[in-house]
Ligand binder design. Structure first.
Ligand SMILES: [Zn+2]
Length: 386
């Protein structure tokens, strides 16, 4: 399996009018080809080229040959995928335009895109998170899209991993690691690794304090300062997230990472004050970073429902709110004693392995049932006379 990834980049220097016109004409040409294909019930590229070459030149004199070919292939492929079983594919005026290597080239950070008259050149600003892929993976194709609301053109670049990524089979539950995330420790693993956040906490509290005072001031310069501080804070958290996820993903002992589903974390598990401190994007960023770093190595990130992961005893399964006291977990039922975050991360791992085991036994039961039914039918079938 070769992995593909799409990177979206804003185009800031494009002549918008020219390219809007190009999108429009390209859509008309696309529709021209699909109409032809549906009329004669064929998606053969050679035949299509032969029958339409001169007519297309006459009807669409502004579209360069390389782009004509690209649009033709795209149109015929989308007809082929439907096999005439559903409606003819039709593009709207501002639909995205697929660009293959005939129509777009990338050299270093510079992109060259086919246009109506001459090619458009622009230096791309690749987001930090995508740089690794942009620089080392193979560029395959792109789509030029237009965002009406913001009057903005985007380029979606598709890259392919040059290395075959084989999803590593999980050999034992030891390769699965549960990760509990919180404010006190940004990440705690089920095998007792702590990623402390004391420095982060200090920084964030500082930022929070400064922010509050600035917000109260409310002057222009305070607003400017506020903006610059929030930028600083973001960069700081990003570094921290990069650092932790790198160390986790690269750990050869782990092949699968189990996290709690983010959406419920904020409201259910943490208190009001922590909720305030906790910013959603940094948790989300952690997931994004871990996912792309893990997947590049053929590892997986999976999620579980966060219900009771911090209240449940990882030894006896008893759920009692009062068993957890800040960073300590002492089970009211069996007396088990553990660091609260480790208890939670063990639960996270266990919840996942249990759900997998249940799924497997269900599948097994199903296939046994099917087998039994099959043999029952066979045994009931009348034996042929002879
Ligand atoms: Zn217990």
């Amino acid at each position: 399996m070769k992995e593909m990834k799409t990177i979206s980049v804003k185009l800031n220097k494009l002549d918008k009018e020219e390219y809007l016109q190009l999108l429009k004409e390209a859509s008309l040409l696309f529709n021209y080809y699909t109409t032809w294909a549906y009329k004669i019930k064929s998606y053969n590229k050679g035949q299509c080229h032969k029958e339409n070459y001169f007519k297309v030149q006459e009807l669409f004199p502004n579209i360069k040959t390389a782009l004509v070919q690209s649009i033709r292939d795209n149109a015929l492929e989308s007809v082929k995928s439907r096999k005439f079983k559903c409606k003819q594919p039709i593009k709207k005026e501002t639909s995205g335009l697929r660009l293959d290597k005939r129509a777009i080239t990338i050299r270093g950070n510079q992109v060259t895109i086919i246009g109506k008259s001459k090619r458009h050149k622009e230096i791309l600003h690749i987001p930090e998170i995508h740089k690794e892929i942009f620089e080392s993976w193979n560029f395959k194709m792109a789509t030029l899209t237009y965002q009406k609301k913001k009057n903005q053109f985007w380029l979606n670049l598709v890259f392919q991993n040059p290395e075959e990524v084989v999803e590593k089979p999980i050999k034992s539950s030891q390769e699965i690691v549960g990760i509990d995330r919180g404010l006190y420790h940004l990440a705690v693993t089920s095998d007792r690794q702590f990623f402390s956040a004391s420095e982060t906490r200090k920084q964030r509290r500082k930022y929070l304090h400064v922010k509050k005072t600035l917000q109260q001031k409310g002057t222009q310069s305070a607003k400017r300062k506020l903006k610059s501080i929030s930028g600083k804070e973001k960069r700081f958290m990003k570094d921290v997230n990069h650092c932790i996820t790198k160390s986790l993903a690269n750990n050869p002992q782990y092949n699968m990472f189990v996290l709690e589903k983010l959406t419920n974390i904020r409201n259910k598990r943490k208190g009001k004050k922590l909720n305030k401190l906790l910013s959603n994007w940094s948790f989300y960023q952690f997931e994004q970073f871990l996912t792309y770093k893990a997947e590049a190595l053929g590892k997986q990130v999976v999620y579980i429902d966060p219900h009771y992961t911090s209240q449940k005893c990882s030894n006896c399964g008893d759920t009692n709110k009062t068993s957890r006291n800040k960073s300590q977990y002492k089970c009211k039922s069996c007396g088990y004693f553990e660091h609260a975050d480790i208890n939670a991360s063990i639960n996270i791992k266990r919840d996942y392995t249990i759900s997998i085991a249940q799924l497997e036994s269900m599948e097994q039961a199903k296939s046994q049932l099917a087998e039994c039914e099959g043999s029952c039918i066979r045994s009931q079938a009348p034996t042929p006379l002879g």
